[in-house]
Design a protein around this ligand. Sequence first.
Ligand SMILES: [Zn+2]
Length: 308
Amino acid sequence: MALADSLVSEIQDLLDAGHSKSKTADILGLNHKQVIRVMDKYSLEIYTPFDSDYLPEAKQEIDEFYAEDLLEKLCDIAFDDLRVNISECLEEEFESVGGYINQKYGSIFKYLDKNGKSALSECIYASCGNCGVEYNLTKYQRKNGRLYGLVLSECNKCRSERIKYYYQTNPDAFKRVQHTRRARPNSLPHDITLDELRISKEAFNNSCVLTGSTNTQLDHVIPIAIGHGGSTYGNMVPLRPDLNHSKNDSNIFEWFEANRQRFELPQERFDNLIDWLASAKAMTVEDYRDYVYWCHANPRNIDESEAI
Ligand SMILES: [Zn+2]
């Protein structure tokens, strides 16, 4: 069965506007797997802001130890001065170190994660590839496909302005989103599929998201009891039963801060979890955090007996 051309081009438009696959599916009222199938079949592509010839060469002539030294120097300066600009620090080695980091780690974020230096992302600055303004790394999207080694595509501000501009110039797309937002369910959605459940567990090796224990229960990250969240993809993760019980109806961010020492929970696992939850909901980590706090600040009474 051939898909209507208009639907294929709508999907491409939304991807061009910078939406993720799952957000695109949400807006069009499709399942995200349908979007993936259409993308495969029609060779649609996720928006990338640079021409491929701008990317660092796959093979760069730089010695591994030299590249690691330069990166360590960058981190040392960031640690000492609390501020370092990547391109100013690396100067003529910027491209070659970028190519190296791209190949070995995927992105500067992953380099920092792997070396236990994620906290330095607040001190390492880069110029936005679009507006040229210097921001620290926390003001960029962490997502794969938007970062090439050290080249940061666009700051979050440029990203949101680009999406806003897209909706201003594509009124039909905007109507669709408004419609989606107006639709207030009188019961929480419980539409996670078995496939999505499997994906959610496999993302964490079928073990507890915070401890790696294989003894797990499914936790609703945003609790059903506060009238938000529901049993949806991106709101259900495997958690050790005692942690699930302890967390109960709490805000996951507050609960983690209050209990991380008691249960000896590693920050890195928590950060990975939040990254995953945010991207499953097609949000930035900051937006996801705001959303969770908003849900807890605005509890709703939902008649769960009506939920299917
Ligand atoms: Zn920018």
